[in-house]
Write a protein that binds this ligand. Structure first.
Ligand code: XIL
Length: 647
């Protein structure tokens, strides 16, 4: 779905010199995660089924044939369908807005054919049932126990609620053991920090959400900081038209109602995509997968038209921006177009039809073409060519959406600026639609917890990217982050499964350094970051060795001027640098040139200007500054380059 950038390029930094940093305490650091509270523990050691019952005709009974821990488990037999199995009534045990971690162990009975098991929640409100998958299909066998663990937040009032396990394909017997359901008590959100929406006023700043982000403390955080929302999945085809001409708005409606009630804009995402589109859409009238025939093209475009007419009309003016088509570019193709089923059967006509019908049904709405990696020149240019061509034909495209799924090292600000610049001549709107900043540089890294140096680097990326977006406020009409807080991010399972931390708020909803990068970069706190070598970084830190010459070139009562020369002693070129030190005598930097200075307490960090981030091995770079002093003015004794001490 997405290219994973491997280029190790540090974010370049904007050039504005800092004047008179305010005296403010260090950015708050979130307290350590409190201990989880158990709400369900089913170990099946007491010879009972511990309140577990059967769905459908299945039979559940305590067993000592096999056990994951101890000597007992729950045997599940006599299943007449794959959905039949064990369930636990948790009505009254789950509270609205609390995120529960559900863990269960499953093992197939001897002789049962290998299959996959999944864990879900069934909830009912006034007789209407909904099924929320907590853990997707996971291979299980008779040869050993397999763990299913996932997280679940109840977001609506219910009158029936159960946790259950089912299988994907077969109805063999299985065992269940050591089920635990727990939650970590929520921390209150910080109410004494600025709201992102009050600080960034050039355009609405939004977040992608699920129902869980609209309730409890999550809802409070969302309402405090964000001016726009994008349903992350609820408006995709599989959610809105799961079977032909049966439209379902139960997932999206509450989100749009929430946005309306809180005066937030809504980005409609998305009408046409190659993912999350049910198979029936591409199945011909005889029930076979469509091939590229004229009849199939007609049928597919008719389905597309019907879909957009229904979905866009259902929301009317409540949705003022639609991602009409998503990810249609493939820059590796000679014509730059993704070989999706849409393309195979209709050529470019699905895009033409989608925009034309959307304009007709939602004439008020801004219509966007959205894609990822638009900072990659080949991709950006292919998108530009397509948009130019279609607009010349009269296809009503109002804007280009840049997803901006980026990471702490990639892309540079310059590359991002080139991405924005490219589309300026077209005179259309641009939006940042799905921004997140992964702490990982490649697919092989995994950290048990986000290292402080990565979080710091991330803060600089948010700082610099938001500074750029705000500079381009004439072009950019909204910036959306792909998630509210690090407790719920799609990057936990994409492109590989590992805990990521790409957003402004941490897993306990507290403001990260990244938040300060957006809201007040002078409060980014380099001193709270241990050196990269102390972190779990899997690749060598970018510092790699440095020498620093620090000189006071002029001094007068209360003030002095300084000059710093940094030498890159590493074997690789620096592609962005950040030099930090600490003052012992209360000196404060008031202005810098050839670099950007930030100071929190005694800790100073100067980052490169946009033009001097690259320093060859053995090369030097210099910057200067003005500072205040009283009493004494001792030179700093230690420096760190990109978080690594200079020796
Ligand atoms: C992601 C959602 O966040 C996930 O929950 C889902 O499983 C997969 O899709 N580009 C897009 C978004 O345009 O729709 C994707 O959202 C992330 C990548």
């Amino acid at each position: 779905m997405r290219l994973t950038p491997t280029r190790a390029v540090l974010a370049l930094l904007t050039a504005a010199a800092l004047t008179a940093p305010a005296l403010i305490a260090a950015a708050p650091v979130a307290a350590a995660d409190p201990t989880p509270v158990a709400v369900v523990t089913s170990e099946f050691e007491d010879g009972t089924a511990q309140d577990w019952t059967a769905r459908g005709a299945a039979v559940v009974a305590p067993s000592d044939a096999v056990a994951h821990g101890g000597t007992g488990s729950l045997a599940v037999t006599a299943r007449a369908a794959t959905w039949q199995g064990p369930m636990l009534d948790v009505l009254g045990r789950f509270t609205l807005g609390t995120q529960y971690t559900i863990s269960a162990w499953v093992r197939l009975a001897d002789g049962a054919a290998a299959d996959s098991a999944r864990l879900s929640v069934e909830r009912r409100s006034a007789g209407v049932a909904a099924y929320d998958q907590v853990v997707g299909n996971t291979a299980v066998t008779a040869g050993g126990w397999v763990n299913l663990t996932g997280r679940y937040t109840l977001a609506t009032e219910v009158d029936f609620l159960s946790v259950y396990v089912e299988t994907a394909n077969t109805t063999g017997s299985f065992f269940l053991d050591d089920v635990s359901i727990s939650y970590v008590p929520a921390q209150p959100i910080q109410t004494d920090i600025p709201s992102v929406r009050d600080v960034v006023t050039e355009f609405p700043v939004g977040a992608a959400i699920t129902a869980a982000e609209t309730v409890g403390v999550h809802g409070q955080l969302l309402a405090k900081h964000f001016a726009s929302v994008t349903p992350g999945n609820a408006l995709k085809w599989d959610a809105t038209e799961p079977s032909e001409n049966t439209f379902r708005y139960t997932e999206a409606d509450p989100l749009i109602a929430y946005a309306k009630a809180h005066g937030m804009a809504v980005r409609g995402h998305t009408l046409v995509w190659h993912n999350q589109t049910p198979a029936w859409v591409f199945t011909d009238e005889a029930g076979a997968p469509m091939t590229a025939t004229a009849a199939n093209k007609e049928l597919l475009l008719a389905r597309l038209t019907n879909h957009i007419r229904n979905v866009a009309a259902h929301y009317g003016t409540d949705i003022a921006v639609w991602d009409v088509v998503n990810e249609v570019i493939d820059e590796s193709q000679a014509d730059g177009l993704r070989r999706s089923q849409w393309y195979a059967i209709t050529g470019l006509d699905y895009i033409r039809t989608a925009f034309t019908v959307a304009r007709e049904v939602a004439p008020h709405a801004k219509l966007f073409i959205n894609d990822y990696n638009t900072n990659v020149p080949a991709k950006r240019d292919a998108l530009f060519n397509l948009v130019s061509k279609l607009r010349a034909e009269g296809v009503p495209i109002d804007g280009v959406g840049h997803q901006m799924h980026v990471n702490v090292d990639w892309p540079t600000v310059a590359e991002t600026e080139a991405m924005l610049q490219k589309f300026v001549p077209l005179g259309l709107e641009q939006q940042i639609t799905e921004m997140d900043v992964s702490i990982y540089r490649n697919n092989s890294e995994t950290f048990p917890a986000p290292p402080a140096d990565r979080l710091l680097q991330q803060a600089y990326v948010y700082r610099d990217m938001f500074a750029l977006f705000r500079e381009y406020a004439g072009e950019i009409t909204s910036v959306t982050l792909w998630g509210l807080a690090d407790d719920n991010t799609w990057l936990d399972t994409f492109p590989v499964t590992r805990k990521d931390a790409p957003l402004l708020f941490d897993t306990t909803l507290q403001a990260k350094q990244a938040y300060w990068g957006v809201v007040d970069p002078s409060r980014i706190s380099p001193s709270s970051s241990p050196s990269a070598s102390a972190s779990a970084s899997a690749s060598p830190a970018p510092g790699g060795g440095c020498a620093v010459s620090y000189r006071v070139t002029g001094s007068w009562p209360g003030g002095f001027q300084g000059d710093v020369t940094l030498t890159n002693l590493g074997r690789a070129a620096l592609t962005g640098w950040s030099l930090s030190w600490s003052y012992a005598d209360g000196q404060r930097i008031t202005q810098a040139w050839n670099g950007t200075a930030a100071q929190t307490g005694a800790a100073v960090t100067v980052t490169n200007a946009s033009w001097n981030g690259t320093v060859a091995p053995g090369g030097t770079v210099s910057f200067g500054f003005l500072a205040s002093w009283t009493g004494a003015n001792r030179a700093p004794t230690a420096f760190a380059l990109n978080g690594v001490s200079c020796t």
